[in-house]
Design a protein around this ligand. Structure first.
Ligand SMILES: Nc1ncnc2c1ncn2[C@@H]1O[C@H](COP(=O)(O)OP(=O)(O)OP(=O)(O)O)[C@@H](O)[C@H]1O
Ligand SMILES: [Mg+2]
Length: 257
């Protein structure tokens, strides 16, 4: 079996007449967490949108899912976008939202037992079961992120695309949220592509890091290699001032903050 779940070769995306991705080559290792880092506007979200065929692209994206298909369906890919492109002000509850997403029959027939079990399981997994009957428009930013993650987990995906999933989540919840993502990966073996500016979190949980710059993957490697490269960290992380090396060795002295 291919060691990569997804292989990306010579990926080009033009948006509004501008070349955004200019020949991206990358692989997403099966069962691993790959982090995608890069400055604002470098094309990280665009890359994820190409992976779910929301952005038109040239080049090759090959999924090696272990199923006999070339076009993965939503059953294989769970996606938590950075921004919702629909207005969230429809008076739907979380329950309705799941009902619509999980079953083919109309909502007025009620939610079937299997769908109900699925939504409870997924919401429970992200610690959001209590939000089941909340209206979507009233969710806080962090609550919405949890609900969207739960939605991406049903049905169990092989690939999870997370675009700054912890944005809007408070500091404490933020660490918890990343831990949840790492647990999901460990327990279910789901392959994850995670966009994040939080390099400290990336260095703790990612198995591999891709750095996107000028429309290409400029460097990649294990987080320890990437994060120890000061020039790189200056380029990719310092903009948000989030870099702090939590697991500093004792002779280096702890990072003061
Ligand atoms: N539909 C569009 N039409 C034209 N330009 C677009 C479109 N969508 C995105 N862009 C441009 O493409 C570039 C890459 O955007 P993208 O959202 O992929 O960046 P990003 O790396 O995710 O940034 P951030 O860290 O801010 O989320 C930006 O310059 C953006 O303005
Ligand atoms: Mg983005």
């Amino acid at each position: 079996m291919n060691a990569d779940l997804v292989t990306i070769r010579g990926l080009y995306v033009d948006l509004g007449g501008n070349a955004i991705l200019k020949g991206v080559d990358a692989g997403l290792a099966r069962g691993r967490i790959t982090a995608l880092i890069g400055l604002n506007g470098s094309g990280k979200s665009t890359l994820l949108r190409a992976l779910v065929k929301e952005a038109p692209y040239r080049g090759q994206i090959a999924f090696h899912c272990g199923h006999d298909h070339t076009k993965p369906t939503p059953e294989h890919v769970g996606y938590v976008p950075q921004k919702l492109r629909v207005e969230a002000n429809v008076p739907l509850t979380v329950y309705d939202l799941f009902g619509l997403a999980l079953q083919r029959r109309p909502l007025f027939l009620g939610v079937g037992r299997a769908a109900r079990r699925g939504m409870e399981q997924a919401l429970g997994r992200v610690g959001a079961l209590k939000l089941l009957h909340q209206s979507v428009e009233k969710l806080s930013g962090g609550e919405l992120q949890r609900v969207l993650l739960a939605l991406a987990l049903q049905p169990q995906p092989e690939l999870l695309l997370l675009d700054e999933p912890a944005a809007g989540i408070d500091f404490q919840g933020d660490k918890e949220f990343y831990r949840l993502i790492a647990d999901l990966n460990r327990e279910t073996g789901v392959t994850i592509l995670l966009v994040s500016h939080e390099l400290n979190m990336v260095s703790l949980m990612a198995h591999h890091v891709l750095c996107l710059q000028d429309g290409r993957i400029q460097c990649e490697g294990a987080p320890q290699e990437i994060m120890n490269d000061e020039a790189l960290v200056r380029t990719f992380g310092a903009e948000k001032g989030v870099y702090s090396h939590h697991h500093a060795h004792s002779h280096d002295g702890p990072a003061k903050s």
